[in-house]
Design a protein. Structure first.
Length: 152
């Protein structure tokens, strides 16, 4: 499993990973999860919207440090999946080739539309090509992971 923290320091297995503004890279496989949304979140299926979440099932569980505003205890529960949040298009077809590596920032999933309790704001996605080499298939042009900040 690849876990990198800016500036490219490996995270020890078993330690907790910081939420934003720390940049992390996580590996795993992607799948799509659909659920009922507003207004009734499943109580009125004919009128409820459908929310489609892009989920990264991690190669290995991680522990995420609690945000300073969180009521959760830091790093107690292992995280096996994170919801991927894209500012731009979702490269779903390319991400389904196998294991991918996603770089971005972790945050808590606090809204009713979040599919998982931890989200990853996606900066880049790398997927294997036909030869098994990881190539860049998505880059959010609004973020700069080299400087750990948003750019406009």
């Amino acid at each position: 499993m690849v876990l990198l923290v800016q500036p490219c320091q490996a995270v020890a297995v078993g330690s907790c990973i910081q939420m934003a503004p720390t940049v992390v890279s996580l590996s795993g496989r992607v799948y799509v999860k659909s659920k009922y949304g507003p207004p009734g979140f499943g109580e009125t299926p004919d009128r409820d919207s459908r929310i489609v979440g892009t989920i990264l099932r991690l190669s290995h569980a991680i522990h995420v440090c609690a945000d300073s505003n969180s009521s959760r205890k830091p790093g107690l529960e292992p995280v096996h999946e994170v919801e991927l949040n894209f500012n731009q298009y979702k490269p779903l077809a390319s991400m389904r080739r196998g294991r991918i590596v996603v770089t971005g920032w972790l945050s808590e999933g606090l809204s009713a539309t979040d599919s998982r309790r931890i989200r990853l704001l996606v900066a880049t996605v790398r997927a294997p090509d036909d030869l098994g080499h990881y190539v860049l298939i998505y880059r959010d042009s609004t973020v700069d992971t080299d400087h750990d900040r948003k750019v406009k």
